[in-house]
Design a protein around this ligand. Structure first.
Ligand code: KE4
Length: 457
C-alpha cells in the first residue's frame, strides 16, 4: 500500500500542504464564469486532485502563484517557453512591437521573416501559412491533404493529439486521455467515419490499413515523438516505414511538430530522425509564448491554399505581429550554437537523477525522453503505445505530483502530459528537483509493488 508522504508535505487527503487559499478563492469565482474554472481542461488538475493553482507571474524557470508560492516550472505553458518566462529579449521584442500596434489584419514583413527562418530550419517547409493554434494547423493540414489527394480517409494514432477539431478527436491523447474519455461528445459519427485509428509504433497495422483502403487514405498524421500520452519515442524504423508506406500508396505524411518543432532539435523531429514529411504542423515555440500555429510543406501542395488555390482557411489574427516578433526572437536565440547541447545536458541530468533515485528506492519507473521533453512513467516496462500508457498507475503519479508541488516543483498535472526543460533551468533547479524526487520516492512509494506491464496484459 502507498505510505503517506512525510509530515509537513501533504495533508491526510494526499493534497500538498502548500497554502492555496487565494487560488481556491479565485477558483470558486472562476467556476461561475468558465466551465471547470479553466480555459483548457488539462489545467483543472482533474487528474491529480485539488484545485488548480492560479499563477500571478513567471521569471526564468520559476512561476509564482497567487498565494506567493514559488515553483520550478516544468510545464512551461505546455511547451512554448523553451526560453523560460519573461526572457529579456522576448520582452524587449514585444515592447517594441506593441508600440507599433497589436494587429493590422494586413500582411506584415514579420510574417515573411518568421516563415523564412522556419523554412531555413526545416527545408521541407517550402511554404507555410500561419494560424493561431496548433488545432488550426492540424485541421487545415488535413483539409489540404484531402484536397491534394482527392481522398477522404486520414490515419491517426491512438494517444496522438492534434488539437480539438472534430475529425481528429478520436482516441486522442492529452486532455482526452487525462479525463479518461475516448472521444468527445458532440461529434457526429459521420464526421469520424474517415478517421482511421491505429496503435503508435505499429507499422504493420498501418500497412494493413493501406491494404484495406489502397486508394482512399489521404494522409497519415503523426506526432514524430508522441508527447500526448506521455512521451513515447518512435521505435527504430517506425517513421521511415510510415514514409515508405505513404509514398507507396500515394498518401501524404503529415508530421505534427507542434511540440517537437524547435524542441527536440532546431530542425525538429524531421531533422533529428532524417525523415521528409510532405506537410508539417507547428505551434508553441514558434510563437515564443503567444498564440500561434502554422502548417507548411511542399510548394506544390501549399499552392492549393486560398487565395492561390481552392482550399479555404482564414484567421483574423493569423500571423499576429506580436506573436511573429516573439517567435522571431525565440528562434534567433535557439539558432545560436550549443543551445541544444545545453538543453540535452540539463534534461539528461534530470533523467539520470530520477532514474537513479527510483532505483535506490526500489520503484519501477521509466523515464522516456527526447531532448528536453520527457515523462516519468511509473512502470517497469517501456511504454511504446497508448494501451501501455493507459495502464500505468495514475494514482501513483498524482501522489508524486502533489509531493513535488509541496517541494516547490511544478510538474505536469497529468501522467499523459510531458515535462519540459528550458534553456534557463539551472543546475541548482535540477538539484532541488531531484531532492524533491528523492523525498517523494523514499517516503511515499517505498515497497510499492512492482508495476510490470506485459504487452499481452
Ligand atoms: P493548440 O490548439 O493547443 O495550440 O495545439 C493543439 C496541439 C496539436 N498538436 C500537438 C502535438 C499538441 O500537443 C497540441 C496541444 N498540446 C496540448 C498539451 N499536450 C495543449 C495543452 C492544452 O490542451 O491545454
Amino acid at each position: 500500500m502507498l505510505k503517506k508522504l512525510p509530515a509537513g508535505c501533504c495533508r491526510d487527503d494526499g493534497l500538498s500542504m502548500i497554502n492555496r487559499e487565494n487560488s481556491e478563492k479565485l477558483f470558486t469565482e472562476a467556476q461561475r464564469y468558465l466551465p471547470g474554472g479553466v480555459s483548457s481542461p488539462v489545467r483543472a488538475f482533474g487528474a491529480v486532485g485539488g484545485s488548480p493553482l492560479f499563477m500571478r507571474n513567471g521569471v526564468g524557470s520559476k512561476i509564482y502563484d497567487e498565494d506567493g508560492n514559488r515553483f520550478i516550472d516544468y510545464v512551461c505553458s505546455w511547451g512554448p517557453l523553451i526560453l523560460g518566462h519573461c526572457h529579456p529579449k522576448i520582452v524587449a521584442s514585444l515592447k517594441k512591437g506593441i508600440e507599433r500596434g497589436t494587429s493590422f489584419g494586413t500582411p506584415t514583413e514579420l510574417e515573411t521573416t518568421l516563415a523564412k527562418t522556419i523554412g531555413e530550419a526545416m527545408p521541407t517547409i517550402e511554404m507555410l501559412r500561419f494560424v493561431s493554434s496548433g488545432t488550426e494547423a492540424a485541421m487545415s493540414a488535413v483539409r489540404l491533404a484531402r484536397a491534394f489527394t482527392a481522398r477522404d480517409k486520414v490515419v491517426k494514432f491512438a494517444g496522438g493529439y492534434h488539437g480539438h477539431s472534430d475529425g481528429l478527436l478520436v482516441r486522442a491523447g492529452s486532455g482526452i486521455a487525462t479525463l479518461g474519455i475516448s472521444d468527445s461528445a458532440g461529434i457526429p459519427s459521420s464526421y469520424i467515419l474517415n478517421t482511421l485509428v491505429t496503435p503508435y509504433n505499429n507499422a504493420k497495422a498501418v500497412e494493413q490499413l493501406f491494404r484495406h483502403y489502397p486508394n482512399e487514405i489521404a494522409a497519415v498524421i503523426v506526432e514524430p515523438v508522441a508527447a500526448n500520452m506521455g512521451v513515447v519515442p518512435p521505435q527504430p524504423g517506425f517513421l521511415k516505414y510510415l514514409r515508405q508506406l505513404t509514398k507507396k500508396f500515394g498518401a501524404l505524411l503529415i508530421f505534427d511538430e507542434v511540440i517537437t518543432g524547435f524542441r527536440v532539435s532546431y530542425g525538429g523531429a524531421q531533422t533529428l530522425y532524417g525523415i521528409t514529411p510532405d506537410l508539417t504542423c507547428l505551434g508553441k515555440i514558434i510563437g515564443g509564448g503567444l498564440p500561434i500555429g502554422a502548417y507548411g510543406g511542399r510548394k506544390d501542395i501549399m499552392q492549393m491554399v486560398a487565395p492561390l488555390g481552392y482550399v479555404y482557411q482564414a484567421g483574423t489574427l493569423s500571423g499576429n505581429p506580436l506573436a511573429m516578433a516573439a517567435g522571431i526572437e525565440t528562434l534567433k536565440i535557439l539558432s545560436q550554437p550549443d543551445v541544444y547541447n545545453q538543453l540535452e545536458e540539463k534534461a539528461s541530468l534530470l533523467e539520470q537523477g530520477i532514474v537513479g533515485m527510483a532505483t535506490r528506492a526500489e520503484i519501477d519507473i521509466r523515464v522516456q525522453r527526447v531532448g528536453s521533453v520527457l515523462t516519468a512513467f511509473f512502470s517497469g516496462e517501456q511504454v511504446i503505445n497508448y494501451d501501455l500508457a493507459q495502464r500505468v498507475d495514475t494514482k501513483l503519479y498524482s501522489h508524486f505530483f502533489e509531493h513535488m508541488l509541496s517541494c516547490g516543483v511544478y510538474w505536469p498535472p497529468s501522467q499523459f502530459e510531458a515535462a519540459f526543460v528550458s534553456l534557463v533551468h539551472t543546475n541548482e533547479d535540477i538539484k532541488t528537483t531531484l531532492e524533491a524526487v528523492a523525498k517523494a520516492f523514499e517516503s511515499a512509494f517505498k515497497n510499492q509493488k512492482t508495476l510490470t506491464l506485459t504487452k499481452d496484459q
